[in-house]
Design a protein around this ligand. Structure first.
Ligand SMILES: [Zn+2]
Length: 369
């Protein structure tokens, strides 16, 4: 079956409406440091099991595979994901940005296992992890997610479908024209591209809501796949809907967006205090743990330390500005990416840096300095 063919029209619509955004996303080109780090861990197979350019699937343990996106070659997946193939059944991770992304992952899974797929798990509700769900639905594969994921998808994306987006985009354009600094103008231009990408995705996608809500209070949930177990846990921080998937038998953790590796994190609906606690917990895992982040290359505990340092720098710069009495609206655009994080992509200033600064200001106000 030609999976590409099934999505030609949708793919065409998506790629045309997102062309500007796609060009902007070329900033996601992996740096040599990122590539070197991925190649270093001997558990990550040098040869991919499958490679479509926009993402490749590599074996990272017995029966465990990571799907790693390369945004410089396309935006079908955007996020990372993966799957765990046991003797009796399999579990997939992420619905990605599009049905074509989800189809690619299922095709790769099918090439190693004919066993039934128990479920695909969305680690959270964000569009780049969930907009391909309808493909799984069409294949009769249940989609599991945090109990709040379906409502947040409906609220954030369902409500946008078919609506006029020009007002929001022209407001951003006007803001960019009138921006008081060159830095702010650049931030706003990037934001516009990100909004265009989200709008284009939502308008060209049939949204597939998760079919099984997982109640956070009833987690962790252990799923025996035959010879390998997956443990689904709720860990707060990035959104109100975060799940991680651990494979204790293989010392592997799929973190969803609780880990951005070599990138600035998206923080617009984050609880930063909870997130830093979750990262502290990850730091306490076995030193040999292999982490599959939501974005960026597979890593060991050094990836956790790296994101903690990014949060540390955001907090340090925000703290200095807060103490100097700089108003929050100005502070949001005065954050400067330090030399050591220079190559780290920022998906959009409005999704990553600005909300982090605003949330840190709130923490300082309530006595967190
Ligand atoms: Zn996310």
């Amino acid at each position: 079956m030609n999976l590409d063919g099934m999505f030609t029209r949708r793919g065409f619509l998506t790629s045309t409406s997102c062309l500007g955004a796609a060009i902007a996303m070329a900033r996601y080109l992996p740096s040599p440091a990122m590539a070197a780090e991925t190649a270093m861990d001997p558990r990550v197979a040098a040869q991919p099991l499958a490679d479509k350019g926009f993402a490749s699937v590599r074996k990272i343990g017995d029966g465990v595979y990571a799907t790693i996106s390369d945004l410089s070659k396309g935006l079908a997946t955007i996020s990372n994901g993966g799957f765990i193939a046991g003797k009796e059944s399999s579990l997939m991770i992420e619905g990605f940005r599009s049905p074509a992304g989800a189809a690619f992952q299922l095709e790769a899974l099918r090439s190693v296992s004919p066993a039934p797929v128990q479920a695909a798990i969305d680690t959270h509700y964000h569009f780049d992890h969930s907009m391909g769900n309808s493909y799984y639905g069409g294949q009769g594969i249940p989609v599991w997610a945090h109990e709040k994921t379906a409502s947040m998808m409906a609220l954030s994306y369902g409500s946008l479908q078919g609506t006029d987006k020009t007002e929001k985009l022209s407001a951003l354009e006007k803001q960019a024209r009138e921006a008081p600094t060159e830095a702010e103008r650049e931030h706003l231009k990037g934001d516009m591209n990100a909004y265009k990408l989200v709008f284009g995705t939502v308008d060209s996608t049939m949204i597939g809501l998760p079919t099984r809500p997982l109640e956070a209070s009833k987690l962790p949930l252990t799923v025996d796949l035959g010879g390998v177990k997956a443990v689904i846990e709720a860990r707060p921080g990035h959104t109100p809907t975060d799940l991680i998937v651990r494979v204790p038998d293989r010392n592997i953790v799929f973190t969803g967006d609780l880990l951005f590796n070599f990138m600035y994190p998206a923080t617009f609906d984050a609880d930063l205090r909870a997130w830093r606690k979750t990262l502290d917990a990850f730091s306490g895992y076995d030193k040999e743990t292999l982490f599959v982040p939501g974005h960026g290359p597979v890593c060991g505990p050094e990836g956790i330390a790296r994101l903690r340092n990014v949060f540390g720098d955001l907090s340090e710069q925000a703290g200095k500005m807060y103490k100097a009495g700089i108003p929050v609206e100005e502070a949001k655009h005065r954050y400067v990416v330090p030399e050591r994080f220079k190559g780290f992509p920022v998906f959009a200033w409005a999704f990553c840096i600005a909300p982090a600064i605003a949330k840190l200001y709130e923490e300082f106000k309530t006595g967190g300095v």
